[in-house]
Design a protein around this ligand. Structure first.
Ligand code: DLL
Length: 429
């Protein structure tokens, strides 16, 4: 089943022509952004020097830190009065990365989601429960409008209250769900405890964080769904960038929307099909916020074999990050954000450790931080109050619940070389 068969199955020659046309337009609009004007001139390249798709390699990469330096609207290529939506995603310090959308951007994004959902056999007969955050996170509204576009009955249930989520799936005869794979595991477990069954469910769309084949098998068994991997990031609209088809062997990335490169993250060298490296994307249809050679930080490879479904070239499942970003329950966290928060609190010192575990299939982050000597007098009420203060400060910035343990000054490990403050104990995911 296709939503947009012509474009989803473009022949390589036609696709390259379309990509080049869109790339030139994107470069022109990037010229409206001071950061890019400077980058192009530093690189000694004018937009008119880009005559082939490979010429893009003459231009430098854009990094997440660059977007941060433009906070809040430095990367907009259109006046604010053409922006109709703003989302944000976690940055590397307290400030998030801001993403703006024009009306056409929202339309283009919904179109991509519609392609993906149609690709896995969903349509107007389906009842869709969208169990992700509907706020600044792009997963909620992103899927919502795409699903409405293809005429599904959408239940914007958002997150939380697992009992109610289970009831709705049963009472409304939900056929398709969307959430993070870790929440899906939690849902499955709660359902199992209550002997709840989901006879109407057939499709599970899971993404926003890495997950594995073994988790797929478990989710399919427990929820009675066929599970599909969905990949995206806010800077490239949000979800919908790449998605599995019914073959479930790699994710189709939409090359008419995104010019894809895989690079060696150390050297920046462009790698060939089958070689694993960092995904770099130049979106070809973004109006409000064009990006040139955006380093996603996500590690994957281009698959060189075609797909039985006839759609365009796939990438492999995302297997990790080339930077230190952590994905906790679908929320992006940089260790530097944690440090930033802790340093802003006089009660605690600058020595901390972060532990990430998977408890009942949900990611849990716990932080041990040393108290400052002058606050260390062992009064239980004081400790509890300070602990609550640290938890709140972390929650305000990370938008994530953490557990915090205040420890004696001097008790945490000191590092001689690179500090290893994050211990990820989630193991095989
Ligand atoms: O997570 C968008 C999204 C929403 C994707 C719902 C899929 C479903 P951000 O919050 O900006 O956007 O986080 C993007 O999450 O760079 C990856 O590191 C990670 N990520 C997203 N999808 C996957 C996936 C949304 N399927 C960051 N597998 C990305 C592995 C994923 N990692």
């Amino acid at each position: 089943m296709f939503w947009d068969k012509v474009n989803e199955t473009l022949a390589p020659g036609e696709l390259a022509k379309l990509q080049l046309k869109r790339l030139k337009k994107t470069l022109n609009s990037a010229n409206n952004v001071e950061f890019y004007r400077k980058q192009f001139s530093d690189a000694g390249v004018r937009a008119s020097d880009i005559r082939t798709l490979e010429d893009i390699r003459k231009l430098p990469f854009t990094k997440k830190q660059d977007l941060r330096s433009g906070y809040p609207f430095g990367f907009l290529a259109v006046p604010l009065n053409r922006v109709v939506r703003i989302h944000t995603t976690s940055g590397t310090t307290g400030k998030p990365t801001v993403v703006g959308y024009t009306r056409n951007d929202l339309e283009a994004w919904a179109h991509l989601i519609a392609r993906n959902m149609t690709m896995v056999g969903l349509g107007e007969e389906d009842v869709f429960q969208n169990m992700v955050n509907y706020g600044m996170f792009t997963g909620g509204l992103g899927f919502h409008y795409g699903a409405e576009k293809i005429g599904m009955a959408v239940i914007p249930s958002a997150t939380g209250n697992t009992t109610r989520q289970i009831e709705m799936i049963q009472d409304f005869g939900v056929t398709a769900i969307h959430c993070t794979p870790s929440y899906a595991m939690h849902l499955a477990e709660v359902a199992e405890e209550r002997h709840a069954e989901f006879p109407s469910l057939k499709t599970g769309i899971f993404g926003a964080e890495p997950w594995s084949e073994s988790m797929r098998t478990e989710l399919e068994e427990k929820l009675g769904v066929t599970a599909y991997d969905s990949y995206g990031l806010s800077e490239l609209f949000g979800p919908g960038v790449a998605f599995e088809c019914v073959e479930r062997d790699g994710l189709h990335i939409w090359h008419d929307y995104y010019l894809v490169e895989i690079i060696n993250p150390e050297t920046g060298e462009v790698l060939g099909d089958g070689e694993r490296g960092e995904l770099v994307v130049t979106p070809l249809l973004k109006e409000a916020m064009p990006l040139i050679r955006y380093r996603t930080g996500d590690v994957t490879f281009r698959m060189d074999d075609g797909c039985l479904c006839g759609r365009m070239q796939k990438i492999g499942r995302i297997t990790g990050r080339s930077d230190d970003m952590l994905v906790i329950r679908g929320i992006n966290v940089f260790p530097s954000q944690i440090e930033h928060v802790l340093l802003s609190l006089p009660e605690v010192g600058n020595q901390f450790m972060v532990y990430i575990d998977r408890v009942n299939h949900l990611d849990e982050m716990s932080i041990e931080v040393e108290l400052n000597r002058e606050y260390f007098h062992g009064e239980l009420q004081d400790l509890t109050r300070m602990q609550a203060k640290v938890v709140k400060a972390l929650r305000d910035v990370l938008e994530l619940r953490t557990s915090v343990k205040l420890v004696e000054p001097g008790s945490l490990p000191r590092f001689e070389g690179k500090a290893k403050r994050v211990i990820d104990r989630r193991g095989e995911i």
